[in-house]
Design a protein around this ligand. Structure first.
Ligand code: UD1
Length: 340
């Protein structure tokens, strides 16, 4: 298949592009580099094998409908994997219009052009943020959908728009609800660009391990969890990338509807547990200080993974040690991320 990967220079997008390439698909990456680096495209290409399949790149802003249509004119696409979106929760609270405009506007342009050009397969990058704080754990896909911020609401609205279009057009879609992606490609050459993030826990912990940051601030030790710190379901980005390949296979095999599927490891890891794993993997003590809770944070979440197993044949293969070890390799080799 020839697959369009929007946001292909981003963290999950670049790892997925490589996994698709390794599965033999021709890829057209598009990105506007609003929150990513051209060097991520170079890194993906450097790991690819040109004799296996093509890996093209076009710089496009999906909010520019004409530029997007030109990509569809140039390539005979069979499927789209849509990552491109703004994803910073705090920014979404402060600039909701920009978030709704970009995340919804780009999807609407994409759906319009997919229908126009008869491209009937879509994998959409959604988030466990659509649940907010789940009432019961593990969280299943049937749990109430109560996103707690504009970013999460854009993800839910996009899922709903996709389902509405699938109901009346020859389009089928799988929305993958990611839990907390971490880790990096085992080569150490492809990873999450710290310049583009990040208030996420693991990159900050590893910055302390490498001496670039004095300590980790632990946002609360008084949650209703075993050790009082927040619990999340961390999932290795390479496992996540493989889930996209399987989702594409499932759609290509003839699935006709729209469905949302959790993609998590199914295990909860607390902040203190993650710091412990990092100390062991990196072989250095990691200083931390407990401070107040971060506004908007939930106490705990982890995924029910039965649907991913049954529907996609996917299960996370890599554990938290692998996630930290691979992220650490990437961070050690590229402490400043993608810099020339
Ligand atoms: C964050 C994002 C979410 C994104 C997800 C995965 C926010 C509010 N949410 O969620 O949009 O989908 O990452 O990339 O930004 N923690 C600390 N100290 C820190 C940073 C985090 O104690 O300096 C704690 C948090 O309170 C939480 C856990 O570590 O309990 C994980 O935090 P983080 O990595 O930011 O992920 P999420 O909050 O789940």
């Amino acid at each position: 298949m020839t697959v369009l990967v929007t946001g292909g220079a981003g963290y999950v997008g670049s790892h997925t592009a490589l996994a698709l390439h390794e599965a033999g698909h021709d890829i057209v990456l598009v990105d506007n580099f609003a929150n990513s680096s051209p060097m991520a495209v170079d890194a993906t290409r450097a790991l690819a094998k040109p004799e296996v399949a093509r890996l093209d790149f076009v710089e496009v802003d999906l909010c520019d409908a004409e530029a997007l249509a030109n990509v569809f004119k140039k390539y005979r696409l069979s499927a789209v994997i849509h990552f491109a979106a703004h994803k910073a929760v705090a920014d979404s609270v402060n600039e909701p219009v920009r978030y709704y405009q970009n995340n919804l506007g780009s999807l609407l342009n994409l759906l319009e052009v997919m229908v126009e050009f008869g491209v009937g397969i879509l994998v959409y990058s959604s988030s466990c943020m659509v649940y907010g704080q789940p009432l019961a754990l593990p969280v299943t896909e049937l749990a109430p959908l109560k996103p707690a911020n504009p970013y999460g609401r854009t993800k839910l609205m996009c899922e709903q728009v996709i389902a509405d279009v699938c109901a009346v057009q020859p389009l089928a879609a799988i929305c993958l609800r990611y839990f907390n992606p971490v880790g990096a490609h085992p080569s150490g050459c492809l990873g999450e660009d710290p310049n583009q993030t990040s208030n996420n826990l693991l990159p900050l912990v590893l910055q302390v391990a490498s001496g670039r940051r004095e300590k980790v601030l632990v946002f609360g030790d008084d949650y209703d969890t075993a050790d009082g710190s927040g619990v999340r379901d961390y999932v290795h980005v390479v496992d996540l990338a493989e889930a996209h390949v399987l989702a594409l296979d499932r759609l290509a095999a003839g699935y006709q509807d729209a469905i949302s599927v959790n993609v998590g490891s199914g295990f909860g890891t607390s902040v203190f547990e993650l710091i412990d794993v990092a100390e062991r993997v990196c072989g250095v003590p990691i200083s931390f200080e407990v401070c107040g809770r971060r506004s908007g944070d939930i106490a705990k979440t982890w995924a029910a993974t039965d649907l991913a197993a049954e529907f996609l044949g996917w299960r996370a293969k890599r554990d938290v040690n692998d996630m930290v070890a691979d992220h650490w390799r990437w961070h050690s080799r590229n402490p400043d991320g993608y810099v020339a």
